[in-house]
Design a binder for this molecule. Structure first.
Ligand SMILES: [Zn+2]
Length: 91
């Protein structure tokens, strides 16, 4: 089970495309997170910009701050969902 954080707090739900052509809808909680049981769904959501919440200590993310706006990501390399800057902290 994964707890994911929406890249955009303005959205209230998201659809995941299933292999059979259907969609599964997830509601986004008021705190901007969604809980996903299906690892495949979680993987797709991550590709769409969602990122994993750091458990109970979400207020303090041990992440990789965006070089453009300071947004904390758990990924080393990512396109910032807030300002669009490409970050690569791998080097
Ligand atoms: Zn940014």
């Amino acid at each position: 089970m994964a707890k994911l954080v929406a890249p955009d707090k303005g959205v209230s739900g998201v659809d995941v495309d299933l292999a059979n052509g259907k969609k599964r809808s997830y509601d986004i909680a008021k705190d901007g997170t969604i809980t996903v049981d299906n690892p495949r769904d979680a993987a797709q959501l991550k590709r769409e910009g969602f990122f994993e919440a750091a458990g109970a200590s979400f207020g303090h993310v041990e992440g990789y701050p965006c070089v453009g706006c300071g947004f904390d990501s758990v990924f080393k390399a990512y396109d910032c969902p807030k300002c669009g800057v490409k970050n690569d902290h791998r080097g």
